[in-house]
Design a protein around this ligand. Structure first.
Ligand SMILES: [Zn+2]
Length: 356
């Protein structure tokens, strides 16, 4: 099943903080482009609108593989597809293998000495590593639907960071070389998975103590009224989680820095002061609607300044997105068309609640 991921806010914050873990030889290049690395941190989520092959890269439902999934799942993709049909593996999510493949993409990007490639692959790798640290990215009960806790996905990874991450510390020390990147990716999801029970049980306990009208509030966002978890309820959940969100964000930061560093070392430590394409033109994915569109024509201007015209491409495959504890739309009931929404991740009121 597909799912959202750390909100825009958390992803951007995590990628940005990871830059500060890098050794001097890498730091000046990454700091020079820190806005790109932060602003594009959610590109892989946007890509899911246009690319059906994207969604499975963001999660792995480990509980679909029995009692001890890490024992039954082969570490390597080539062995995994011998044991399970490829479409089953993809349906259950592929994030650890994706981290490994993005790491190799980054090694190649460093070898190419092309700054835009390095930035794009670093940014995407950061996204997948952060997703692998979010507990509800490792379970089929990814949004609490199996335990009557719908909305918990974005509650944990968007609402809480947006309310509290400003107070977190992202001083996590320097990036470390990772000997076995694939094994490390599996360790990450294994640990993240061990947190799933707490994420769900703590919220379930809290839910029993709160009346519904204290649990939820209605907020106006982008001209729409959405239902979200109240600050009182959020505070109580955050407190009961005992630092878990901060720990997972911090772990994401150091791991992202370490994977970037490892890829750079494994590419032979290229000099990042001497790259081609440093003055790159920002790519079209800077605009959220462009990622779900395909170019239909090219206007005039110098070749390097050509503007693409985009026509919205309605999304065909079912998928889900969440924002602030509210389901943006239900893939079984609502067809998504980008024309209808100013921003693909903008909140949309829940069916059944109308305030206009
Ligand atoms: Zn994601």
């Amino acid at each position: 099943m597909t799912m959202g991921s750390w909100g825009f806010y958390a992803h951007k914050m995590i990628n940005r903080a990871a830059v500060f873990t890098l050794p001097a030889d890498m730091a000046s290049f990454y700091k020079q482009h820190i806005d790109y690395i932060s602003d594009h941190a959610v590109d892989p989520d946007k890509k899911r609108y246009a690319d059906p092959e994207e969604a499975h890269k963001h999660f792995i439902d480990l509980d679909r593989y029995g009692e001890s999934p890490l024992d039954s799942l082969p570490e390597r993709w080539t062995n995994a597809i011998r044991r399970y049909p490829e479409d089953t593996l993809k349906a259950n999510g592929t994030v650890p293998w994706q981290i490994y493949s993005s790491y190799w993409n980054l090694v190649d990007a460093f070898k190419s000495k092309n700054s835009l490639r390095i930035l794009k692959t670093s940014t995407a790798l950061g996204h997948y590593i952060a997703d692998a640290h979010s507990p509800l990215h490792t379970t089929q009960n990814y949004n609490g639907g199996l335990s009557d806790q719908e909305g918990i996905h974005a509650f944990w990874e968007s609402r809480l960071p947006e309310l509290y991450a400003k107070g977190y510390s992202f001083f996590v020390g320097g990036a470390q070389y990772i000997d076995k990147p694939l094994q490390r990716a599996w360790q990450i999801v294994g640990h993240t998975y061990s947190l799933v029970d707490s994420v769900l049980l703590i919220e379930a306990q809290l839910n029993r103590k709160f009346a519904q009208n204290r649990k939820y509030v209605f907020e106006r966002r982008n001209k729409l009224i959405i239902r979200t978890y109240s600050k009182t309820y959020s505070k109580a959940y955050h407190k009961a989680l005992n630092g878990m969100v901060e720990k997972q964000m911090r772990a994401s930061v150091i791991l992202i820095g370490s994977f970037w560093y490892t890829a750079w070392v494994d590419a032979g430590q290229p000099n990042l002061q001497q790259l081609s394409g440093t003055a790159f033109i920002p790519d079209s994915s800077a605009h959220p609607l462009h990622t779900q569109s395909r170019p239909t024509g090219v206007s005039g201007g110098a070749p390097h300044q050509r503007l693409h015209h985009y026509a919205p491409k309605p999304y065909k495959k079912p998928f889900r997105l969440y924002s602030h504890g509210t389901m943006l739309w239900d893939d079984h009931r609502h067809a998504f068309h980008p024309d209808n929404y100013p921003h693909p991740l903008s909140a949309r009121h829940e069916p059944g609640y109308s305030f206009s």
